[in-house]
Design a protein around this ligand. Sequence first.
Ligand code: FES
Length: 330
Amino acid sequence: MSNATSPPTVQLLSWPQQSWTARILRGWLGGTFVYAGWQKLSDPGFLKSGTASYIGLQLSNFAKGSPIAPFLHAAGHAPVLAGVGTALSEIAIGLATLAGILPELAALLGMGLSLTLWLSATWHVRPYFLGSDSIYTIAWLAYLVSFPMVLALISKQPTTTTKERAKNKTAPTLQQSLTDRRQLLGGGVIIAISLVVGGIASALGKPPEKVTTKRASAKKASGANQPNGTVVASLADVQSQGAVGFQDANGSPAVVVSLGGGAVAAYSRVCTHAGCSVDFDPSSKQLICPCHGATYDPAHGAQVTGGPAPSPLSAIKVSIDKTTGEIYQV
Ligand code: FES
């Protein structure tokens, strides 16, 4: 009776309308996508050329051997746009999923984005089930088919009409949602909130750390045979621990590894796949990336021994002061 004068309200998909399976998927997928977008935009290196996590570098690495390489190369021509677009899309999809606005469309886009990442970022992960994006693609698909409209489409059954939905108080279908003014209003609200969340994440992102001065201050001023450069570790520590981390001259994470017999080798810890920091595994004596499982052999120039990394880790030149046992980056 008061509909003519009431302001439009957004019809949300309520949580009790869904099964527990759908609720669990909705909460996890929605929350993770919001966090994934936030994490990208709050990374100070994500949009900064020359850093390990720069989106342009990631696109270039992802394209190697990917079935969607042409698409990634095209995106690489506008890396900032691609990076910001991806992050904001993740936030919007996550928020829409959690809030239940245009839920089928959000699930469809979430599945598409995860599939794109599967065909690029985690395409070379072996075995495939270790690649998180393969799991996310299937999880989104499972969530998508939890909607009656999608099931009806699959089974070619007629979907409910708007009147029936109103009578039964069921959630809107995708087609109905897209033509529903209130749902469109909700979509606009989600986009606005995503822009605000993305802006806050970017503003809170810490600037890249400066090169530590600890090493510089450790540089000795005397000693004829002392190598030129800065001290990064002591040979005794490297031998007892197997490896010691440090920051290279550019402030990026690096590691010096004991090769036995008093020999060492140093490498950048920035994984050549997508920029995560590799760690030394004492049992296998490999440098291992925790993100998608790339492994590198420090005894052989950090060559790739497994996983999706396209190239070895960057080598860093170091020299040992035989008198003091200190290791210098030269
Ligand atoms: S970032 Fe993907 S394997 Fe290292």
